[in-house]
Write a protein that binds this ligand. Structure first.
Ligand SMILES: Nc1ncnc2c1ncn2[C@@H]1O[C@H](COP(=O)(O)OP(=O)(O)OP(=O)(O)O)[C@@H](O)[C@H]1O
Ligand SMILES: NC(=O)c1ccc[n+]([C@@H]2O[C@H](CO)[C@@H](O)[C@H]2O)c1
Length: 200
């Protein structure tokens, strides 16, 4: 069986941290990071607000990301091999040989319709505004945030896409990013294991 798990949510919600723990624990598990599909910097438009529009869907090559997901679906073993992932089961559970899991991690996962129905489970990590801003201020992205980006672009775009997701009633499991890394890991691992049981 093949399962696709979405680890979505706001910037600095803790998606990458959680994902890195999960891939170590799950059998035959591959990962796709949405950030790897950013268009080249010179193709990121400057908005009316004067900021480069890093936090809009158009800045990502979502077709390329979709094709990567489809490549995994078509042949998870080959995908794992070509991405340097050890495909031997790292779990002692019986049957894990037939279980293939793909984790897709990113901040705008559920705003791209063509992929929406492919997820077996969609998680959504959030933290309050102040905590998000605090965590973001200590991060350094490939392109550093210019002054004012968080309040002028990042947060308004989060609110816009979040509203759309809520209005479209996208079925997500909300996760409280203020919980400890261990607690989140235990909660999601258990929930994924239940999802595997229920889907099989
Ligand atoms: N549960 C947690 N509690 C406290 N801090 C956390 C937790 N999870 C992650 N962090 C910290 O928050 C910051 C952001 O974490 P992480 O990179 O996992 O977020 P992200 O959602 O992947 O962000 P982005 O999408 O912007 O790359 C990091 O400094 C990380 O160490
Ligand atoms: N990965 C990048 O190239 C990049 C460059 C500039 C800004 N970002 C930020 O990454 C977050 C998503 O993980 C978004 O909030 C972007 O602002 C990423």
């Amino acid at each position: 069986m093949k399962y696709i798990i979405g680890i979505g949510g706001m910037t600095n919600g803790g998606k990458t941290t959680l994902t890195n723990r999960l891939i170590k624990a799950l059998p035959n598990c591959c990962v796709i990071h949405q950030d790897d599909f950013y268009k080249p910097q010179d193709q990121i438009e400057v908005g009316e607000d004067g900021f480069k529009q890093w936090d809009v869907l158009e800045s990502l090559d979502m077709e390329a990301m979709q094709n990567t997901v489809l490549a995994w679906l078509n042949n998870p073993m080959k995908f794992a091999r070509t991405h340097g992932i050890n495909i031997l089961p790292n779990s002692q559970e019986s049957g894990s040989n037939d279980t293939h899991i793909l984790i897709v991690e990113g901040f705008l996962l559920y705003s791209y319709k063509p992929l929406l129905d492919l997820y077996n489970r969609r998680y959504f990590l959030t933290v309050p505004y102040e905590e998000c801003k605090r965590r973001r201020s200590s991060r350094s992205y490939k392109v550093p945030d210019p002054p004012g980006l968080f309040d002028g672009h990042v947060w308004p775009m989060y609110q816009k896409y979040r509203k759309e997701m809520d209005n479209n009633n996208v079925d997500v499991v909300h996760l409280d990013g203020l919980k400890s890394r261990d607690e989140l890991y235990r909660q999601v691992l258990e929930d994924i294991q239940n999802t595997l049981l229920n889907c099989s």
